[in-house]
Design a protein around this ligand. Structure first.
Ligand SMILES: Nc1ncnc2c1ncn2[C@@H]1O[C@H](COP(=O)(O)OP(=O)(O)OP(=O)(O)O)[C@@H](O)[C@H]1O
Ligand SMILES: [Mg+2]
Length: 247
């Protein structure tokens, strides 16, 4: 493992109670990288994200952040290690204001001045959130909720952002805006592990990708190679034409 490995997952087994969902998952994210996880509904993508963020127990194998073993760590410990989880469905507190939702992301921090400065940074990144800061999060549009959920993740000052379903239910224009913000966040030194059901958009954003099928990694590689791979195009992009450059 190189010193610049942000996340290393080795032979991870995971699931819910007695039900095993993840089988021998191995993947890695380098510092500064964007990596996409691609797979059909029920493949285990969210289960990977929940396990890496400490919400689900590790049943076998291991994972490490910055080379430090994290197997068995809880959510707070993982936040302290630099991991922020933007969950599927955004999971905002709908009866709380946008501002208070954002502050929830900083619940482990005691550096109040820096927290306030970071709040302003999020507002600069997503000006609509500044306008709506006193509004209940439940009244936001889908795109605004995703901005708020990403902002909440950033409020813990992560070095690895886990984003589960960036674009689900959002208009293409909003997805483009969010993708631009993620590129900026990434350029600022935050590695990103992304689950994206829009495979073309996900692979456009990512440097590398891992294909997950029924709880196992079946293929991995450079995002552009995966995007041109005939089997990937047929299975996940609904393209039956021979492999070639994307339009
Ligand atoms: N809370 C749970 N209890 C039991 N089984 C679960 C639970 N959540 C998910 N599963 C099962 O685990 C498997 C993987 O689910 P997971 O949510 O990780 O898939 P996914 O790849 O994220 O799918 P999607 O694209 O639909 O979000 C599925 O078979 C699902 O039924
Ligand atoms: Mg999911």
């Amino acid at each position: 493992m190189s010193a610049r490995t942000k996340l290393e997952v080795r032979n991870l087994q995971g699931g819910y109670g007695d039900v095993q969902v993840l089988w021998d998952i191995s993947l890695d994210v380098a510092a500064g990288e964007i990596v996409a996880i691609i797979g059909s509904n029920g493949a285990g993508k969210s289960t990977i994200m929940r396990t890496i963020s400490g919400l689900l127990p590790v049943k076998g194998g291991s994972f490490a952040i910055d080379g430090k073993p994290m197997t068995g760590a809880g959510p707070a410990e993982l936040v302290r290690a630099g991991v922020a989880h933007v969950p599927e469905g955004r999971r905002l507190f709908s009866a709380m204001s946008v501002r208070d939702n954002l502050l929830m992301g900083a619940y482990l921090r005691e550096d109040r001045d820096a927290v306030n400065a970071d709040l302003e940074r999020i507002y600069a990144m997503f000006p609509i959130l500044a306008e709506r800061r006193r509004q209940d999060a439940g009244t936001l549009s889908g795109g605004e909720q995703q901005m708020c959920s990403i902002g909440r993740g950033l409020m813990s000052r992560p070095s690895l952002l886990l984003i589960d379903e960036l674009s689900l239910g959002l208009a293409p224009r909003v997805v483009e805006q969010l993708s631009d913000r993620l590129r900026e966040i990434n350029a600022g030194g935050v590695a990103i592990l992304l689950v994206e059901q829009d495979v073309i958009a996900g692979l456009e954003l990512a440097n590398r990708g891992f294909i997950v099928d029924r709880g196992r990694v079946t293929l991995s590689g450079a995002a552009r190679d995966l995007a041109g791979n005939a089997a990937v195009r047929e299975a996940y992009m609904g393209v039956s034409a021979p492999a070639g450059p994307l339009p």
